[in-house]
Design a protein around this ligand. Structure first.
Ligand code: DGT
Ligand code: CA
Ligand code: CA
Ligand code: ZN
Length: 580
């Protein structure tokens, strides 16, 4: 570990201790040590096991020398880890906001249970900070600005946010006569798990010579705009109020395909495609595929024509990452990607019994309304006390109610019983086997103690899937996009074991999760894992999130056959790990 990382661990520990109301002497000693580590020119990693040399650095005493040795050895620091388990990793992001010190965070946490930037943002919007001791008008205004800048700084957005903005803008463009084409290209069209900005391409009579100026002016008057970055005849760029950038390009219909191809990317796909074009005597640009010999246009109007001229099948945008898709398009071996319409059931949902917001009936009706043939209610188990998780007794009563609802549905949709059982710190499950044995679906998930060392975490998850009643491993990496990294464990080893045991791995479609990611999914598939896609719905409106998970399945080249819940109910249950 380099000195900076060590100093950071110490500094964060001091902050967390302060939030926790810890001993001020101890807090000061961490801060002093952090300064000392940053100030010294000696590489601590080289002397970490030599207590004498460590203590020779002013500001580092005996206890701190032992701490540093432990950090070097384990890569983490247990007091910090314990505090993070208590407050959640999001609290470190909160601390990074300008003007936000441990005292302020402590106040926000104790008075409003705010532990993440997202929660702060929601509280600011709801006006909940007004009247709190430290928060005058000016402080609140500064905080709002800080949150805004935070988003700008991380620079990426979740897919549901991107969708919402794209839809609103699209609706606004609907008010314009003579637009034949509107496409959001870029990473959004490729279905990446987060997007940096929106690349909007428009074409039609409204974008032709005489009307372009007027159309650009219409775009620039979009009420959602916070500030304009560029306003020309063919391009308008702006920031939305959430700091998302939007680049709008006005294009002639005759070269719309070339622009679409170019601005969809990815860069790497485009580079390969351009090389291929050159080898075949063409140049490929955002304007056209043109012949080198005389500059004449070979194809430009549609993407299909461009790919065809290069001897390729049209490549779905979800595959354009230069990961073998060009070769496959040449050989006509592109996969027939799984589609949302192929999905026949969603088997991870919560209800008001725990932290969901709708009843069993409501969730079942909503699943039916989507056209599903089956669904499962999988509420939390008791270890997650803040969700009011179920103990064995309540789980049994809940199961009874689920069966009643299933009967009420009279076969219009099958309502399966289930549980999202918590994987405890040692890999034990949170409920006894006899109750798990009664459930149609047992999903096991990690929801706590994210900071265990790699080996411990790997063993923990492996131990959980060994339990013969576990049929699905829920959100396997535990990441929260833009907020929390996946926990550190040997995913490959876990996928191998899941494949052997027949435990399905979950693609969790919640836009802040989306684990597994595209690369993991491809690996899981190659290893022979069964894959299930779920939404983890906590409300009927969350079923629609399936689209975000779908994009990742498709980015992983998966076909209908590769996803278990494309099967009808009976076959689906039959394809899950057999029960003992
Ligand atoms: P993002 O916005 O960070 O989520 O990712 P993209 O892929 O949307 O990237 P963006 O917005 O910078 O550019 C959109 C597409 O335009 C990109 O996927 C490929 C194309 N493009 C942009 N700049 C270049 C470039 O310098 N060279 C090439 N070949 N293509 C580019
Ligand atoms: Ca983009
Ligand atoms: Ca862009
Ligand atoms: Zn869940």
């Amino acid at each position: 570990m380099d000195n900076r990382s060590i100093a950071q661990l110490l500094e964060e520990t001091a902050d967390l201790l302060e939030i926790d109301g810890g001993d001020s002497f101890r807090i000061r000693s961490y801060r002093r040590a952090a300064e000392a580590v940053q100030g010294t020119t000696v590489a601590l990693s080289e002397i970490a096991q030599d207590a004498k040399s460590l203590q020779a650095i002013p500001g580092i005493g005996k206890g701190m020398a032992a701490n540093i040795a432990a950090m070097e050895e384990t890569g983490t620091f247990s007091p910090r880890k314990e505090l993070l388990e208590k407050y959640g990793a999001g609290i470190l992001e909160l601390l990074k906001l300008p003007g936000m010190g441990p005292k302020t965070v402590a106040l926000l946490f104790s008075s409003l249970q705010i532990a993440t930037v997202g929660q702060l943002e929601a509280a600011l919007k709801a006006g909940k900070l007004e009247g709190l001791p430290r928060f005058g008008e000016k402080q609140i205004a500064n905080l709002k600005k800080a949150v805004e800048e935070y988003h700008q700084h991380t620079g990426r957005f979740l897919l549901n946010v991107a969708d919402r903005e794209a839809e609103a803008f699209r609706e606004y463009l609907g008010g314009l006569e003579g637009l034949e084409q509107v496409t959001v290209a870029g990473s959004y069209r490729r279905g990446r798990e987060t997007v940096g900005d929106l690349d909007v391409l428009i074409a039609g009579p409204a974008c032709e010579q005489d009307r372009a100026t007027e159309t650009a002016a219409y775009v620039a008057s979009y009420p959602g705009i916070a500030d304009i970055l560029a306003h020309g005849q063919n391009k308008v760029s702006f920031h939305l109020r959430n700091r998302m950038q939007v680049d709008v390009r006005l294009l002639p219909e005759s070269s719309y395909g070339a622009a679409l191809q170019y601005f969809t990317g990815s860069k790497s796909h485009n580079v390969s495609l351009r090389q291929r074009a050159l080898k075949q005597g063409y140049t490929l640009s955002e304007y056209a595929l043109a012949r080198v010999k005389d500059g004449s246009v070979a194809a430009a109007r549609t993407e299909e024509e461009i790919y065809a001229a290069l001897g390729l099948e049209w490549i779905p945008p979800h595959l354009r990452e230069n990961l073998g898709e060009i070769e496959a398009a040449e050989k006509h071996t592109l996969p027939k990607l799984v589609e949302q319409a192929d999905i026949r059931g969603d088997v991870h949902a919560h209800t008001t019994a725990t932290d969901g917001r709708c009843s069993i009936q409501e969730m079942a009706e909503a699943a039916l309304a989507r056209g599903y043939e089956y669904m499962a209610i999988t509420d939390h188990s008791k270890n997650l006390a803040m969700t009011n998780g179920l103990d064995a007794k309540r789980a049994r009563e809940h199961m009874k109610k689920i069966r009643e609802v299933d009967a009420e549905m009279e076969g219009r949709i099958r309502v399966l019983t289930g549980i999202e059982v918590d994987i405890l710190g040692d890999g034990e499950l949170d409920l006894p086997d006899d109750i798990l044995a009664e459930m149609d679906i047992v999903i096991a998930s990690v929801h706590t103690l994210f900071n265990q060392p790699r080996k411990e975490m790997t063993e923990r998850v492996l131990r959980a899937v060994e339990n013969p009643y576990v049929r699905v491993l829920g959100h396997p990496t535990g990441r929260l996009l833009l907020l929390r990294e996946p926990f550190d464990f040997d995913l490959g080893a876990v996928l191998d074991r899941c494949a052997e045991l027949g435990v399905a791995v979950e693609q969790n479609s919640s836009p802040e999760r989306l684990d597994l990611n595209d690369v993991h999914l491809r690996t899981a598939h190659e290893k022979g894992c069964r894959i299930v896609i779920n939404t983890d719905a906590h409300h009927t409106s969350h079923y629609g999130n399936i689209q975000y998970g779908m994009r990742q399945l498709r980015r992983a080249w998966l076909t209908k056959q590769d996803v278990l819940n494309t099967l009808p109910a009976k076959k689906f249950l039959g394809a899950l790990r057999p029960r003992p």
